[in-house]
Write a protein that binds this ligand. Structure first.
Ligand SMILES: [Fe+2]
Length: 264
């Protein structure tokens, strides 16, 4: 979440329907079509099952209520409409209540390939399919609860765990390496990059994930790999805050990326 934004979330009309412009609906259509082709054979089965259940419209931005209805039936989750940027405390509160925040705006055509702020395509296409999966849903709720109770310093460490699972997680399956992280699955470039020979891939380890620095504005140089989504359920039964404290004591690993260039 950045500090400022060029985007404004759209408000629903008197009927509770968010009306998007033709151009915005078309942006969704373009993103959906090309990303469906990009993830073929790369997204994990649970994600593809979720997509099948959600049946996103091909030609327009979905209404959040329609997505929520499906999620409710699967895992009790729903999608909550939020402004473009929300405070961290609200973000964690929503997750703890099994509500996934989504801002009702879509990226401009000039930012089709990469957008720092999470738009509705990232939230809906990237994250909601996995929220039909109990393991993923339970872990996301646990993360919300932990974040809510955490100090500012603890949240910074927790954010790395979220980053290397919910956003950028990979899963090793009998059919091969697959993607479950929504940050990858909603990005055409990262979908290609994540399974290519370029980045490092290491078995997931909580302590390592907590201690690995990341940058949000580059392709990830390293991904952590789980062997089953049930690994995420296991995490919910661990004392993750104790792990955070251990990670704080041990400190961060050396970054695998160059420092961000200073801006004038
Ligand atoms: Fe995300």
């Amino acid at each position: 979440m950045g500090k400022s934004t060029d985007y404004t979330a759209r408000q629903p009309d008197a009927f509770g329907v968010v009306r998007y412009t033709e151009e915005e609906d078309e942006t969704w259509a373009i993103l959906l079509k090309r990303q469906m082709a990009a993830i073929e054979g790369k997204a994990c089965d649970a994600y593809m099952d979720g997509l099948e259940r959600l049946q996103f419209p091909a030609d327009r931005i979905p209404q959040l209520d329609d997505v929520s209805r499906v999620l409710q039936g699967c895992t009790g989750w729903s999608v909550a409409r939020v402004p473009a940027l929300i405070p961290f405390s609200e973000f964690f509160q929503l997750l703890a209540n099994r509500q996934f925040p989504a801002a009702t705006f879509i990226r401009k055509r000039s930012e089709l390939d990469y957008l720092k702020e999470p738009d509705i395509f990232h939230e809906l296409f990237g994250h909601t399919p996995l929220l039909t999966n109990q393991h993923f849903a339970d872990f996301t709720e646990t993360y919300g609860r932990l974040g809510l109770a955490a100090s500012k310093e603890e949240r910074v460490f927790l954010a790395r765990l979220y980053w290397f699972t919910v956003e950028f997680g990979l899963i090793d399956t009998p059919q091969g390496m697959r993607i479950y992280g929504g940050g990858i699955l909603s990005s055409i470039g990262e979908t290609e990059h994540a399974l290519s020979d370029v980045p490092q891939r290491q078995p997931f380890d909580v302590m390592n994930a907590l201690r690995t620095p990341y940058r949000i504005d580059i392709m990830q140089p390293l991904y952590y790999v789980i062997d089953s989504l049930s690994r995420l359920s296991e995490l919910t039964r661990m004392d993750l805050m104790a792990c955070v404290h251990d990670a704080q004591r041990m400190g961060l690993f050396e970054p695998l990326f160059p420092p961000k260039a200073a801006t004038a």
